[in-house]
Structures are given as C-alpha cells and as structure tokens.
Design a protein around this ligand. Structure first.
Ligand code: GDP
Ligand code: IMO
Ligand code: MG
Length: 430
C-alpha cells in the first residue's frame, strides 16, 4: 500500500496538476482533497491541453478512480461545465466520484465573496471570486449544504430554508439580493439529478483501496503559504492545503501517508494581495512572467513574480514533513546570467531565518540573497539529470540543501514528458 500526497510548496500554481498527471499513470486512485474551483491545474498530455478546476488530474488515465474528496467545496455548475469540456476530448467519467460529504458552493456564496471583497477596500485579499471562502465559512457555521443533500429532496428543502433565513439577514444589511429558497431548490435538485451517478460515500471506496494495497495519490490545490492557519493570514485561502488537510479531506489517517511531495517552482509567484518578500517589480520579474506564462489559470490575472524564497520553502517543508522535492519550470530560468535565492530576512535591522506572523512585518522584511551563476542554455529538451548544465544542477542541489529535503522530480517544460525523474515514479509508490 502506498499513499503519495502532492502538496503546493509556495503560493499556488507550482505545477501540481502536471505532476499529478504524470504520477497518475501509476496510480489506482487520485483524490482531490481540498479547495474548490479557485484552483486551476493545467495539464498538457497526449490528449491535449486542459485546465482543471475540480476534477482530479488522474482523469486522463481510464483505469484510475478519481474522487472529489470530502474536504473540497463543489460548485455544481462549474463542475458540470468542466465535465462538458472534458467530454469533448472523449474523457470518460465512469470512474469519477464526488464525496457525498463535500460541501456545495451556492450562487449566494459567489455574491457574498464579491460583496466582502468590496467591503475590505484597501485590505482586499484578491480572492478568485468563486465563493470558496463563504462556502467554507458556512460549513463551519453549520449552515452549509452537502452533495448528499442534492440527492435528498427533504434534507435539501430543510437545509436550504435554514441557510436562506441566515443569509437573507446578511444580504439585507448590505442591500444585496435576497435568496429565494424555492428557486434555488429547483436549480439544486436539477444539479443533483445530473450528478446523481457520481455522488457517493467516499469512505468505503477509499478503505477498499487501502485494504487492497492500491496506489493512491492525494492531489493538493492551493498551497501551504495560502493555508488558513500557517499561511500569510489574512491573505490566504479558507482551507488547509497541506499534508494534514490531505488526511482530513480524503479520510485517510496520517499513518498511511508514505510519501509527501512538495511541489515548488524554481522561482516564486503569487496571485492576489498579500506580502511577497522576494517579489521583483522590474524587468527580471517581467521576464519570468513572460517566459513562464505567469497568468492565472482561473482568473487570467498576471501573477506577481520573484526569486526563490528558501526561508518560506523550508518553513513549508517542515510544516508538511515533506519527504521529496519536485522543482518545476527550471527552463524558465535558462537565459538568466545570475540567479538569486533568498536565504534569510532582515527585519528592523535584525537577521531572522523564519517568516514573521504579522503580514505587516512580512511586508517590511528585506530579503538576504545568495547569488548563483546561471547556465544560459536551453534545458527544455533535457530528460536526464546528468545532462543538465552543471550550474543548473548546482542551483537545484542548493535549493534541496536549503530546504532540507531530497530532490525527486524536476520539470523543464509544461507537457507530461518534459520531466527529469531522479527518483523513479515507481519507487515513489513503493
Ligand atoms: P497548479 O495550479 O499547481 O497545477 O499550476 P498551474 O497549472 O496553475 O500553473 C503552472 C503553469 O506552468 C501551467 O501553465 C503549466 O502548464 C506550466 N508548467 C508546469 N510545469 C512547467 C515547466 O516545467 N516548464 C514550463 N515552462 N511550464 C510549466
Ligand atoms: P492552485 O490550486 C494561486 C489565492 C487567490 C487569493 C487567495 C484567496 O491553482 O494552485 P480564494 O478565492 O481562495 O478565497 O482566494 O488565494 N488562490 C490561489 N492562488 N493558485 C491557486 O490554486 C489559488 N487558489 C486561491 O488568488 O490571493
Ligand atoms: Mg493553478
């Protein structure tokens, strides 16, 4: 039995989707365990180019079971749209399952997301506007609807009536639109009918797979620096994207995690507001954005770009007990003569080697950099670690040393085959 978790190591968009697509060739089951359609996972393989938001990236392997786990918040309209796009490429949904305990994102969550961002004014988070935060809040508030409710008219009507009375008090205070429970009931019942075959209790499926000793992949969305507890609060998402969240969101106990892979870009990006110590607001930042096509998969917003932050990276490795490193987008750095790595911060004149808790302090830290020579040659066709330029290997090995975790996979292009495996994929599942 082996359970491999794939976790975002920075502020998201590290290439988790493309790594899951690669590993899923060897997996019996893939479980997306947290987040919602705020995620955008780009996958490029022999079937085409895909932007996944809710559906696990194992969907392209017909023999893999794909589960949208209990920890995910599901917008049924967005899911159905995604299924239509994939159906056009002949992707099969025979083995797509949605945990009946997963919570539902409703149209009023999107409205609430928008209104709250407006109210935040200068302090706005820059959310994806998908209603993810409000859906998680309602789950904790215990007025959420779950996928199981969409299949049960009685519960659906009852839960919706309870939620609507609370929500309407909120929207009245903000002069927002009122929720008409009866209209929403019909809409949700229709979604329930369309998705009926896929909505199942996930626990027996997952337990059976564990008992059979199957290879299970846990697909992360978002990333540890966006974690609601450990990230750059309040500029975070509303879930737990790390290894602990992988257990909670999939229903697999921590003892079963055999490998925990942290996916990092060879540099850093961030979308939305919040502190970003190594951000580059110059032509190097522009070069990273253009070479790396750093525009949001979900919202199309330009991503903020900067140097690799090893202080943040090590913090994430520690939080998640990472066993292996995956470094993506090495090729983006190809033309640079010199590459910098942040190895510490200076805060109010003092050297520190940790991320301060207050966003206002993290905003003000001055990064301390180490400089390494670039390799200034094209790595995109390299498939063997030994064939990488010496300076590229030196850079990667320095990252692994600073993070304190061994390198397993490096990617040098967006398509499935553009990867260099230092640890064979089979061995990761061993
Ligand atoms: P995710 O949210 O972590 O799955 O990452 P995204 O898909 O949002 O963002 C990663 C972007 O980088 C996508 O456009 C990928 O196609 C692209 N990408 C992934 N790996 C590589 C790589 O090694 N090299 C290059 N040039 N692009 C990559
Ligand atoms: P993937 O899975 C990058 C960011 C948003 C915003 C903050 C809160 O593709 O890596 P939310 O809509 O979640 O309430 O927004 O979190 N964010 C992401 N940034 N990649 C993501 O997902 C993200 N999901 C949320 O930009 O700053
Ligand atoms: Mg993304």
């Amino acid at each position: 039995m082996s359970v491999v978790a794939v976790i975002g190591g920075q502020w998201g968009d590290e290439g988790k989707g493309r790594i899951v697509d690669l590993l899923a060739q060897h997996a019996h089951m893939v479980i997306r365990y947290s987040g919602g359609n705020n995620a955008g996972h780009t996958v490029i393989n022999d079937r085409g180019v895909f932007k996944l938001h809710l559906i696990p990236a194992g969907i392209f392997n017909p023999s893999t079971a794909n589960i949208i786990g209990t920890g995910v918040v599901v917008d049924p309209a967005s899911l159905l749209e995604e299924m239509e796009t994939l159906a056009a490429a002949d992707v099969s949904f025979d083995r797509l399952y949605i945990s009946d305990r997963a919570h539902v994102i409703l149209p009023y969550h999107r409205e609430q997301d928008r209104l709250q961002e407006t109210l935040r004014g200068d302090g706005k988070i820059g959310t994806t506007g998908r209603g993810v935060g409000p859906a998680y809040s309602d789950k904790m508030e215990r007025i959420g609807l779950r996928m199981a409710d969409l299949r049960d008219e009685h519960t659906l009507r009852q839960q919706l009536a309870r939620a609507a009375s609370m929500k309407n008090a909120f929207f009245r205070a903000l002069n927002g639109p009122q929720v008409v429970a009866e209209e929403l009931f019909e809409q949700l019942r229709a979604y329930g009918q369309r998705l009926r075959a896929h909505i199942v209790p996930s626990h027996p499926l997952v337990q059976r797979a564990l008992q059979r000793g199957e290879r299970i992949l846990l697909e992360g969305a978002q990333a540890s620096l966006l974690d609601v507890d450990w990230g750059t609060y309040p500029y975070v998402t509303s879930s737990a994207p790390g290894a602990a969240g992988a257990c909670q969101g999939s229903g697999i106990g921590p003892r079963h995690l055999s490998r925990i892979l942290g996916v990092y870009k060879a540099y850093t990006t961030r979308v939305g507001g919040g502190p970003f110590p190594t951000e580059l607001r110059d032509e190097t930042g522009d070069l990273l954005r253009e070479r790396g096509h750093e525009y949001g998969t979900t919202t199309g917003r330009p991503r903020r770009c900067g140097w690799f932050d090893a202080v943040a990276a090590r913090y994430v490795a520690e939080l998640n007990s990472l066993t292996h490193l995956v470094i993506t987008k090495l090729d983006v750095l190809d033309p640079l003569p010199v590459i910098r790595i942040c190895t510490g911060y200076r805060l109010k004149g003092e050297l520190i080697d940790y991320m301060p808790t207050l966003a206002s302090e993290l905003e003000r830290v001055e990064p301390i950099y180490e400089e390494l020579p670039g390799w200034q040659s094209d790595t995109s066709a390299v498939r063997d670690y030994a064939a990488l330029p010496a300076n590229a290997r030196r850079y990667l090995e320095r990252l692994a040393e600073l993070i304190g975790v061994p390198l397993a996979i490096i990617s040098v292009g967006a398509s499935r085959d553009a990867s260099i495996t230092r640890v064979p994929v089979e061995a990761l599942f061993a």
